[in-house]
Design a protein around this ligand. Structure first.
Ligand SMILES: NC(=O)c1ccc[n+]([C@@H]2O[C@H](COP(=O)([O-])OP(=O)(O)OC[C@H]3O[C@@H](n4cnc5c(N)ncnc54)[C@H](OP(=O)(O)O)[C@@H]3O)[C@@H](O)[C@H]2O)c1
Length: 297
């Protein structure tokens, strides 16, 4: 059974829907996000608008999801100011190297005036390609950040080998050119142990986002979850999201249903004990999404 990470044990217990984590970039990231993978573009605006009314302040999109536009329209149509909202998007997995990455970032900014000129968090979606491709992507992101187009930089689906590669490159650059790795995003839930990656992030001060936090609804009837749900008067989804928060991560549950969007945010009035948090660390490695962390460098 893996040990709790420092981030998890250090977590303050008084979390609310407005809680944020301070990133190495100096910006703050809301601790709960709404995922929009496979949220259809034609309903996405009203779904995001509902989430914002419910209290979500963080939306996780990607250029590959083809729904950045309805997300940003919902942001601008809301009564909230741009600075109260946190919008993430990601470099398409097949976009390689410096020039294509710079063009992708510029495309997002140009097509989404509602962002008011900046993306809160930009992630490399997956570590495909050569070392030169990945470093080129990172260099373009660092440049875009210097130009004010991105606030915080991150990676997704990087294995420790890709994280080490980026770290080694960054250490050889001047402070001005190396950029800051603020966030990493991975599939993380009780049946997917990524202690190596999570520990790497804890050592480097990188904030961890958890995708597929409700395991794509494949484990809702698990006896372990159902027992905890009954004890706390909550649903299995709420136990999973609360567990993710108590692990010190930023969960990004996705739903297209209003009642589930509300349910997934109603996780701030109960707390799992340390023992319960440990019980859900099964040590298993059973992804429900893709797993580019295994890509060789
Ligand atoms: N970086 C990456 O490579 C990557 C990969 C995958 C996901 N992500 C991000 O992470 C987000 C979440 O991950 P995910 O979509 O894979 O999985 P997830 O959030 O674990 O699960 C979403 C699925 O669970 C259902 N669901 C949600 N809440 C529920 C509840 N309270 N009760 C019952 N069913 C519920 C949803 O159905 P309905 O929608 O029908 O309610 C949907 O089928 C994505 O939307 C995306 O933003 C990133």
């Amino acid at each position: 059974m893996p040990n709790l990470t420092d981030a998890a044990t250090a977590m303050p217990q008084s979390l609310t829907i407005t809680s944020t984590v301070r990133l190495l970039s100096g910006h703050s990231m809301p601790r709960l996000g709404l995922g929009v993978y496979q949220t259809p573009a034609n309903t996405c605006q009203s779904i995001v608008a509902f989430a914002l009314r419910t209290g979500y302040r963080h939306i996780d999109s990607a250029t590959a999801y083809r729904n950045e536009r309805p997300c940003t329209l919902a942001i601008s149509a809301s009564s909230l100011s741009r600075s109260e909202l946190f919008f993430t998007t990601k470099l398409p997995p097949r976009t390689r190297g410096y020039a294509s990455t710079a063009a992708s970032i510029d495309g997002v900014i140009a097509e989404n005036a509602e962002l008011e000129g900046y993306i809160d968090l930009y992630l490399i979606h997956a570590p495909y390609g050569t070392p030169e491709d990945r470093i080129g992507q990172w260099r373009a992101m660092v440049e875009a950040q210097k130009e004010g187009k991105i606030r915080s930089l991150g990676v997704s689906n990087y294995g420790v080998q890709h994280l080490d590669e980026l770290k080694a490159w960054r250490e050889k650059q001047s402070e001005q050119d190396r950029g800051v790795l603020s966030v990493g995003q991975w599939e993380l839930h009780p049946w997917l142990d990524r202690t190596d990656i999570v520990d790497w992030c804890a050592r480097e001060g990188v904030a961890v986002q958890a995708y597929s936090p409700v395991v794509r609804a494949t484990r809702m009837d698990d006896p372990l979850l159902m027992g905890l749900a009954e004890k706390h008067g909550k649903t299995s989804a709420q136990v999973l999201i609360r567990w993710s928060l108590q692990m010190g991560w930023t969960p990004l549950p996705k739903s297209v249903h209003e009642e589930r969007i509300r349910e997934n945010a109603d996780v701030f009035d109960f707390e799992l004990t340390d023992e319960e948090v440990k019980t859900l660390q099964t040590g298993k490695y059973e992804p429900v999404a893709w797993d580019p962390t295994k890509e060789p460098i």
